[in-house]
Design a protein. Structure first.
Length: 369
């Protein structure tokens, strides 16, 4: 990218209100923002000259002042099960991974929100990579823009991507402002027009940001729970030391008051001998008895030197049955893309220059105040 391009405004950073304000600042009428949004996000256009219903004078202004800055592709992989993974360049040697998971009734894109992650959940390969920085709104929405372009449309001329989950690299709510801007574009009828029910934000339990999200941009909520008591969760999800389970359950109930779905999805990775015993399942039943929810049990996806083993299929089945018998909808996530390291907890990307930033973010998010 040239020096001149680095000085240009990246329009992927803008929600519709922000884009309207930007255009007003260069003497353009508000309706132009909707046209521009549709060209960029629905039409997949990055060349202003191709936006033929924009006035030539506006296109000329945009050519000199703005850009649609899409992350460049570093690598692409395809799994034998149809899962696709892309490593996208976000500068200075850093890359983030984005995964598309095709299913019969939907196509789900898993999007990253940070370069690495500072929360250090012990069973997660991404957490082992360390943390470099937050992604900009443009880098977040750019993953959806890029995947839409790469995947094209169905034979019925419908978008292949019907669902988006913020479950890739990073803790989305630790990058709150940029994630909310990207969510706004995903939901906007002039952007991607996704339903709030089809966009999911996953969090390890950042309670203040959960409370903000329910007011600012309520979408479906998934919580990375992974333990039935504070002692275990303190060990495997260090954020629990700051926001323990009782407080987390209360925050989930507050969120549901404004959520587009009437339940929270609890993600629960199954670790042999750590959190998968009958006792743990019974503790979970008691823990969530006042919180409308469903459970997604995730067989652990191994990575080198993880220190953990996947629970046996028998143990997962026993665990599931206990939850189901208590009236809790429970599914076991089918492992997808593990042959290309695209399964849950395996995303690692390419993270550089991370040590000092990792320490700073741990002080902010993991230490007790």
């Amino acid at each position: 990218m040239s020096k001149n391009n680095r000085m240009k405004t990246n329009l992927l950073d803008y929600s519709l209100p922000a884009l309207t304000e930007y255009l007003a600042g260069i003497g353009e009428k508000p309706f132009r923002a909707k046209q521009l949004m549709r060209w960029i996000h629905q039409g997949g256009a990055s060349d202003f000259d191709a936006m033929t219903d924009l006035a030539k004078s506006l296109r000329a202004k945009l050519q000199t002042r703005a850009e649609v800055g899409i992350p460049a592709l570093m690598a692409a992989q395809a799994s034998k099960d149809g899962t696709r993974k892309w490593l996208l360049d976000v500068g200075t040697g850093n890359g983030v991974e984005t995964v598309f998971i095709p299913e019969t009734e939907r196509g789900t894109l898993c999007i990253s929100s940070q370069v690495g992650c500072a929360l250090e959940c012990t069973f997660c390969s991404t957490g082992r990579q360390g943390f470099n920085r937050n992604l900009s709104a443009a880098e977040i929405i750019g993953q959806l823009w890029w995947a839409n372009k790469a995947l094209g449309v169905t034979p019925k001329n419908e978008r292949v991507i019907s669902n988006v989950v913020m479950m890739g690299m990073g803790e989305p709510l630790a990058n709150y402002d940029n994630v909310v801007t990207a969510l706004s574009v995903m939901l906007d009828d002039h952007g991607y027009g996704l339903s709030r029910r089809r966009v999911t934000v996953s969090t390890s339990g950042m309670i203040p940001q959960m409370d903000r999200l329910k007011d600012d941009m309520p979408v479906a909520l998934a919580v990375s729970l992974h333990a039935s008591n504070d002692a275990v969760r303190d060990e495997i999800v260090p954020l629990n030391k700051k926001y323990p389970l009782k407080e987390l359950m209360a925050a989930c109930n507050r969120y549901l008051a404004k959520a587009p779905r009437d339940f929270v999805t609890f993600e629960y990775v199954m670790l042999d001998g750590v959190n998968d015993r009958v006792q743990h399942a019974r503790e979970l039943v008691a823990l969530v008895k006042d919180t409308p929810c469903k459970f997604n049990l995730i067989p652990f996806n191994a990575f080198p030197n993880s220190g953990y083993e996947r629970s046996s299929n028998h143990q997962i089945a026993v665990f599931k049955d206990i939850l189901m018998e208590a009236g809790i909808v429970t599914t076991v996530r089918k492992t997808r893309g593990d042959d290309i390291d695209a399964a849950c907890g395996q995303l690692a990307g390419q993270v550089r220059d991370k040590t000092s930033r990792q320490m700073k973010w741990q002080q902010i998010y993991l230490e007790k105040q």
